[in-house]
Design a protein around this ligand. Structure first.
Ligand code: IPD
Length: 302
């Protein structure tokens, strides 16, 4: 039995029974079942990637095959492929009518309003390869809104999960964002991603410089976007942002973690302040009171 809040509390983007589409209505009728699936598959895949951990001698597992994708810093391992295949195999059996999108697909399908499972088989593959924290992320998205999500870091045995309107949890304990009075008290997360061209790197650096010189408590790059979002939800960090210059976050980096953060009380938007869209790479996530100032600083031209 996966925990959730007994009472449904609509969030800002939640649909209510009055304006639910047919897809959403049907999905809500088995929300708890979908949540259990997401949690159970994230856990099974997490256990699998733990057994593949590189270097092999850490866990006595097999040596890991590491390849590159879009650029030399964008890695994929045989553990990514095995993890996605485990998750997709189970989802195809359970919900043959649902669509699937995964980071390791050969071609990425467009997200539609249809029920779609969005999977990051290993979020933070570079961390994984180097023995740092990473996770498996599994979400069901309906009408382009995440409905359930599970993010599992097997190396800390931490399972974050959420269902829309039903709260967010870490290892079955409810989580909420930490109150943060001002940006001066804020620990802010961001990710460099795979950007390697000098003008783009300068724009990323400039945004971070503006934050540091605005005297925020700290800026960190932890290496796994889905975990960043969950850490804001759990009050470990106060904000996370991406999308200054093509850092390359995709819907599989966002889908489950965004729901965890939102259900824990965080607000999400694009960097221009307009509503968050998980198909676009621009995102800021923070408590309501610091989000406007964060956007102002990050967007300021030097
Ligand atoms: C990556 C991580 C990283 C972010 C990249 C993502 P991956 O995911 O979340 O922190 O900067 O943009 O693609 O490729 O390791 O699954």
């Amino acid at each position: 039995m996966v925990h959730w809040r007994a009472t449904f509390v609509p969030s800002v983007v939640s649909v209510t029974s009055n304006n639910m589409s047919g897809n959403m209505h049907r999905a809500h009728s088995d929300l708890h079942g979908y949540l259990q699936t997401a949690v159970s598959l994230a856990k099974r895949a997490g256990t699998l990637i733990q057994q593949h951990r590189y270097p092999a001698q850490l866990n006595g597992g097999d040596a890991l095959a590491i390849n590159t994708k879009a650029g030399s810093a964008d890695l994929v391992t045989d553990a990514d492929v095995a993890s996605q295949s485990l998750i997709f195999g189970a989802l195809r059996k359970l919900y043959p009518e649902h669509k699937l999108i995964g980071e390791e697909d050969e071609e990425h399908a467009q997200l539609t309003n249809d029920p779609t499972w969005i999977v990051d088989a290993i979020d933070g593959t570079t961390n994984f390869v180097h023995g740092l924290d990473c996770c498996v992320s599994v979400a069901l998205v309906v009408d382009r809104q995440p409905l359930v999500g599970a993010v599992y870091n097997p190396f800390r045995a931490e399972m974050f999960h959420a269902a829309r309107g039903r709260g967010a949890f870490l290892n079955d304990v409810p989580i909420t964002v930490k109150p943060c009075a001002s940006l001066h008290d804020a620990l802010i997360l961001t990710e460099w991603g795979y950007v390697r061209n000098a003008p783009a790197v300068r724009r990323i650096l400039a945004a971070n410089e503006r934050l540091i010189t605005a005297n925020v408590r700290g800026v960190r790059q932890l290496g796994a976007g889905a975990l960043d979002l969950c850490y804001v939800g759990a009050g470990r960090a106060d904000a996370v942002y991406c999308g200054i210059a093509g850092e390359g976050w995709h819907m599989w980096d966002f889908a489950a973690g965004a729901l965890v953060a939102e259900e824990a009380g965080a607000k999400l938007s694009k960097l221009d302040g307009s509503p968050f869209d998980l198909t676009l790479p621009s995102m800021a996530c923070a408590t309501q009171n610091i989000l406007p100032r964060l956007l102002e600083i990050v967007n300021a031209e030097d």
